[in-house]
Design a protein around this ligand. Structure first.
Ligand code: GSH
Length: 290
């Protein structure tokens, strides 16, 4: 283990081999690393993503819109393998200069509109199709309160707690304590809200649920960071109740399969171009292992 204390030099220098789990893709500079255009399919929406919690927000929303019968929300979902640096292609950077999934193009308008940041994607689609975002000003604002809460809170969960508890090559008590405290506080915030409300923003399922569920639902079900026991996740009973309820929605079941490239082959749909892909093009079938 290296020295647990560190005296920062006068000027920080990038060490590309810092040993972290993502050291091969982390860089202190933005912009493309290579020239490659993105593929474009035939549907109005083109999604470039991966089934991480941030990616699942977008695919659940698109599947929820289709489940409602909104055919104009048809989409092509293309796989972006972030561990292989696909997010740094010139094509991807044009759609999201921040080089992070999910990123989306609305090709139903000319010129196409780019949408990046998962919260912006949820809001864009909710506004465009008048769905999952209540019209009533109080309910609409409450939904947006929680959507922004998620966008501000998740970096403490992922970049803070998840990074130091699960990914850092060495475990240090100070950052793990700091971020565990914050994540448990966040879980308690959600638990109290869900004690009095069926869904995050009240009695309606909204884009706030779609934003929060992939992160905090996965956390309490031990599906990210293997930290459920450490965090005593089962004690947040209202979060667990809500997580189970949301997981039963057909669109959620489909959305979490899209752009998934790990785990059970039967739940991996690398690319999605048609509703029938869920039955016909999961990896178990493509690889002849069904
Ligand atoms: N605030 C962004 C965060 C997106 C994000 O962090 N995406 C990660 C995957 S979950 C990513 O693309 N990482 C690739 C990288 O950092 O190079 C959002 O909500 O869309």
């Amino acid at each position: 283990m290296s020295d647990p204390t560190y005296t920062p030099p006068k000027v920080w220098k990038w060490d590309p081999n810092n040993g972290g789990k993502f050291s091969n893709i982390n860089r202190p500079i933005a912009g493309p690393t290579h020239e490659k255009e993105l593929p474009v399919g035939e549907h109005p929406f083109q999604l470039y993503s991966l089934a991480t919690p941030n990616g699942v927000k977008a695919t659940v929303m698109l599947e929820e819109l289709l489940e409602k019968g909104i055919k104009e929300a048809e989409y092509d979902a293309w796989l972006i393998r972030i561990t292989e640096g696909d997010q740094f292609s010139s094509g991807f950077v044009k759609v999201n200069p921040n080089s992070k999934i999910p990123a989306m193009l609305d090709c139903s308008v000319d010129p196409a509109i780019r949408v990046f940041e998962s919260g912006s994607i949820l809001f864009y689609l909710a506004e465009k199709f008048d769905a999952f975002l209540p019209r009533d000003p109080a309910k609409r604002t409450e939904t947006m309160n929680w959507l922004f809460w998620q966008m501000g809170s998740a970096p403490f969960l992922g970049g803070g707690f998840g990074h130091f508890y699960a990914y850092a090559p060495e475990k240090y008590e100070y950052p793990i304590n700091r971020y565990t405290m914050e994540v448990k506080r966040q879980l308690d915030v959600l638990d109290r809200q869900l004690a009095d409300n069926q869904y995050i923003a009240g009695d309606e399922y909204t884009i706030a649920d779609m934003a929060i569920w992939p992160w905090y639902g996965a956390l309490v079900k031990n599906m990210v960071y293997e930290a459920a026991e450490f965090l005593e996740a089962h004690t947040y009973t209202n979060v667990v109740r809500w997580t189970d309820e949301v997981a039963k929605r057909p669109a959620v079941k489909r959305g979490r399969m899209v752009n998934k490239a790990w785990g059970d082959l039967a739940f991996q749909l690398h690319e999605r171009h048609d509703a029938s892909d869920f039955d016909l093009r999961t990896q178990d079938k493509l690889e002849g292992k069904a």
